[in-house]
Design a protein around this ligand. Structure first.
Ligand code: NAD
Length: 247
């Protein structure tokens, strides 16, 4: 594939490293001050967008207007999904977006869903979610933690909502608390705990580095070509794992 990287930070560079190792060609590297236009895209077949929450939606609209399929891993822009979807539909291009492109996290999400369904019948178990990321991360909780929290609240009848945990906050039975830690260079760790009177069960996903995200993003870049419309990683994964239990 001929790939344009939009956002050339930690993730953009990791995607480049893996793309080149897999024999793809990176034909454009666009960052903060580079305009997205047909010339800048230099014959790319697909764009991979990892930038910042405040700019990703504008980038995705411009990529659609330039007629390019895109994969977007940036988190924290989904409030603008409707505007982006309209641009993608109007252009007849394709977009896959996901807060986490790791296939391992997709498996983890399915395990968490099953755990929450089992805990639903065991009210003595309190369910908690905690995420840890490097100190440069701009949004909190992480996009992955938000998605896991939605899965847990949907599966667990006794939780009506989730909320980021404030320091020293006591558990409220209706609310799933999401703990957040920002420290060092941690690529991303998510832990779901079922805390009972006699024991504690933990499900933990720990990324070893950024390559897992890049691998999923490149897989999505292959998958989106020839498709029209807006998709998430779940659409791709249904082809691989079948329908998830939440559907
Ligand atoms: P980073 O800060 O290292 O890189 C972001 C880059 O975007 C920077 O180089 C910045 O200069 C650039 N940028 C700023 N404005 C831009 C613009 N208008 N157009 C193009 N580029 C612009 O961050 P990162 O660690 O590479 O993460 C990027 C995003 O991806 C974050 O939102 C992060 O949460 C998310 N992320 C997602 C996944 C996933 O699997 N979906 C994995 C890791 C990180």
């Amino acid at each position: 594939m001929r790939i344009a990287l939009v956002g050339y930070g930690r993730m953009g560079r990791t995607v480049e490293e893996l793309a080149q190792a897999e024999g793809h060609e990176v034909v454009a590297r666009l960052d903060r001050d580079d305009a997205i236009g047909t010339v800048a895209l230099a014959g790319a077949e697909v764009a991979v967008e990892f930038s910042e929450p405040g700019v990703a939606a504008d980038n995705l609209v411009r990529l659609a207007e330039a007629g390019l399929d895109a994969v977007c891993g940036t988190t924290g822009w989904q409030g603008d999904l409707e505007r982006v979807s309209e641009a993608v539909e109007a252009a007849g291009t394709g977009l896959v977006h996901a807060p986490n492109f790791s296939i391992g996290v997709a498996l983890f999400s399915r395990l968490v869903c099953e755990a929450a369904r089992l805990a639903d019948a065991q009210p003595e178990y309190e369910v908690l979610l905690h995420e840890t990321h490097h100190r440069h991360k701009l949004d909190h909780p992480s996009g992955t933690a938000r998605s896991l929290a939605d899965i847990i609240v949907d599966a667990l009848g006794r939780k009506r909502r989730w909320r980021e945990e404030a320091p020293d906050e006591a558990a409220d039975p209706d609310t799933l608390l999401v703990g957040v830690t920002r420290t060092g260079e941690v690529p991303g760790t998510h832990v779901v705990s079922l805390d009972g009177p006699d024991d504690r069960i933990e499900l933990r996903h720990e990324a070893h580095g950024r390559l897992g995200f890049a691998r999923g993003a490149l897989e999505a870049a292959r998958w989106i070509r020839g498709r029209r419309g807006v998709f998430t990683l779940d659409d791709l994964l249904r082809d691989r794992f079948g329908t998830p239990p939440t559907d």
